[in-house]
Design a protein around this ligand. Sequence first.
Ligand code: MG
Length: 176
Amino acid sequence: MLEEFKPTWMVKSIYSVSPEQLKAHGIRAVFSDLDNTLIAWNNPEGTPELHQWMAELEDAGIPLIVISNNSKERVAKAVETLKLPFMSRSLKPLSFGITRARKKLGLSKDEVVMVGDQLMTDMLAAHQAGVRSILVKPIIKTDKWTTKMNRFLEKYVWRSLHRHYPDLKWQEDLND
Ligand SMILES: [Mg+2]
């Protein structure tokens, strides 16, 4: 059970993961959570670093797709300025959204990676979908109330993860 929460990689910030690193690991598409992974709730336009990273991925031909549990209308509005493709009603921590997006691209499980800031939804969903995952630190500390509940549970999972996998640590990038 515990293994299902374990991220493949833990990277402080997704911006330090370059297209070259992704390609070196056979990754051809990046799936990502939106809230607190790509953008902060109080800055829906995203930071210059995010836009720079998005441009690098685009140049490298690696699609970035938002995997969200929100409705189509809400996600569409949230990604309006970022102009990213998305999968709504993904039912994280279940695998549906990730698998649907992956099949749409015609990619195998080892060719996509799921990025997110939450063990209870993003990392678990990646595991259910059989794809590798990157846990990132949340962009800002304050969460929406729905996330607060998950964060509470997350504390217990973290404690067990650290006990069972003492080598787990935050990396600078995928090669660290
Ligand atoms: Mg999030």
